[in-house]
Design a protein around this ligand. Structure first.
Ligand code: SAM
Ligand code: ZN
Length: 295
């Protein structure tokens, strides 16, 4: 499907607002041919894949923060196989349903990884005739952001922490955080009045068969209710997406393992044993909670 005709991130004219805020002085960043620049003179190069790195050295917890290259590649390949399409489409519909009746919607995915959920949102928004929707994605993993930007040239992607979202105050209609960290204060500050945070988190049965392969005594996830309630947000809706996941080849099983922290926390012996599986039946069980900024 053709991506919507949103203005491309690569600058066509100088001095246009980029939608990002300077991580040093918090003023707006403007587009130049190969960089973003604020009125304070801070500037950030646009990488050839089309993203910007707005994560300051002092905000980095490590030299190479967030998901590594192998984890991101595994996620990309597993998503490409379509196993999470029903989940991504359900999330996209929840986002579209939350948007107010205007035509300049701005949605940001905080901890977007390699950008699959924003790309599905893009595609579903086209069929829902909401092609004016601006998509922003941030992640501390430059590997994730690099893939996301390359695969969605009309989206806007930055290496940044969700803890200090580099956008002007009250700029967003929706923040999505799907299996990613939640920062109530940063989200609240970035949202327009009446804006929404949409949180996707594992439900009790999520990938339980996979966990049983890794752990002797696997625990079910707690129901992820009320992550943001009382922290400046009220929960206004909740959805549960459940379906059987039948993985039928060794490559997809290996990718599913490698995309989850579960696998990386297993012993080398367990990793070798797991890598030998060529099929897997498990369950996708995800809770999508919708929170509105409290009045
Ligand atoms: C389980 S992955 C989920 C990625 C994506 N939302 C998805 O569902 O495919 C968690 C992501 O959170 C990112 N992350 C971790 N800490 C972060 C932070 N403080 N700010 C932004 N992203 C962060 C990781 O790099 C990783 O890409
Ligand atoms: Zn600045």
């Amino acid at each position: 499907m053709e991506p919507p005709s949103q203005a491309p991130f690569q600058p066509q004219s100088e001095g246009r607002a980029s939608g990002w805020a300077c991580p040093v002085c918090a003023t707006e960043l403007y587009l130049e041919p190969t960089a973003l620049r604020c009125i304070g003179g801070h500037h950030f190069d646009i990488a050839k894949q089309g993203y910007v790195n707005l994560l300051l050295a002092q905000q980095r917890k490590s030299h190479n923060p967030g998901y590594n290259k192998a984890m991101i590649a595994a996620r990309r390949d597993f998503f490409d196989a379509g196993h999470y399409e029903p989940l991504a489409d359900a999330l996209a519909r929840v986002v579209l349903d939350a948007l107010p009746p205007r035509d300049d919607h701005v949605v940001l995915d905080a901890g977007c990884g390699e950008g699959y959920y924003l790309r599905r949102l893009r595609d579903i928004a086209v069929t829902a005739a909401d092609s004016g929707l601006a998509r922003y994605g941030v992640d501390v993993s430059k590997h994730g952001v690099s893939v996301a930007a390359k695969r969605d040239p009309a989206g806007r992607y930055a290496v940044a922490s969700s803890h200090v979202l580099p956008v002007p105050p009250a700029a967003l209609d929706v923040v999505i955080t799907h299996f990613s960290p939640i920062f109530a204060e940063a989200f609240r500050r970035s949202l327009r009045p009446g804006g929404f945070v949409i949180v996707g988190a594992p439900g009790p049965g999520h990938l339980f068969a996979l966990k049983q392969m890794v752990y002797e005594n696997p625990q079910r996830h707690d129901d992820p209710n009320e992550e943001l309630a009382g922290r400046g947000f009220v929960r206004v809706d909740s959805h549960r997406v459940r379906y059987g996941l039948q993985v039928r080849n060794a490559r997809d099983v290996a990718n599913l393992l490698a995309m989850t922290p579960l696998y990386w926390s297993a012993s080398p012996a367990a990793q070798a044993r797991l890598s030998a599986y060529s099929e897997l039946d498990t369950e996708v069980d995800v809770v999508i909670n919708v929170y509105r900024v409290a009045e």
